[in-house]
Design a binder for this molecule. Structure first.
Ligand code: SAM
Length: 172
């Protein structure tokens, strides 16, 4: 588990409602469900973990955002997903829509990555520095931020130099 996710998990208490956007395989959703949270895991492909506190919603994030949410989320995790979207859409649509769906004192964790051009990803990536991520949430309290570059395998096992930025912020 990354330092970022360990810190994020530590802020969650049993019974909280958590949105995991771009949940991937569901590894992190499972850790949050095992901690006692109710997790809404959204990804265009449903992941491969099952738990009675995880609700999978197989949808594109852009489409999921069109519908009103069932609950006000106490926490939102966006792990390695927003770099796939245009910067303007993240700032003007995604973040304001998510903020509307959050409860008082909600926490949001965002981790993004970027890498040098070779080998190329299938999709264009947007680079976000940690301070740019924090600036997406004006008047929220930043409780964690980190920016680093390190080599590690991607989801297909290809070794890459990843530049990552991570933040955790809390609604005041
Ligand atoms: C790099 S993986 C990250 C998975 C997980 N959050 C993690 O940190 O390990 C990115 C995930 O975002 C999902 N994704 C990318 N664009 C999406 C979109 N427009 N709508 C829904 N899911 C999307 C992909 O299917 C993939 O599972």
């Amino acid at each position: 588990m990354s330092e970022f996710f360990t810190e994020f998990l530590a802020l969650l208490t049993p019974g909280r409602s958590v949105l995991d956007l771009g949940a991937g395989s569901g590894r992190q959703a499972l850790a949050m469900a095992e901690r006692g949270c109710r997790v809404w895991a959204v990804d265009r492909q449903a992941g491969n973990v099952a738990h009675d506190r995880i609700v999978w919603q197989a949808a594109r994030i852009e489409e999921w955002l069109q519908k009103p949410a069932e609950v006000a989320f106490d926490a939102v995790l966006m792990g390695n997903v927003i770099q796939f979207f245009p910067r303007e859409w993240v700032a003007a649509t995604l973040v304001p829509e998510l903020v509307k769906r959050t409860a008082e004192r909600a926490v949001v964790g965002v981790r993004t990555f970027f890498q040098p051009p070779e080998p190329k990803f299938d999709r264009e990536l947007t680079y976000w520095s940690a301070s740019e991520l924090v600036a997406l949430f004006p008047n929220w309290e930043c409780v964690y931020q980190n920016q680093e570059s390190k080599a590690s395998p991607d989801m297909k096992g290809m070794n890459r130099l990843f530049h990552t930025s991570s933040i955790i912020i809390r609604k005041l």
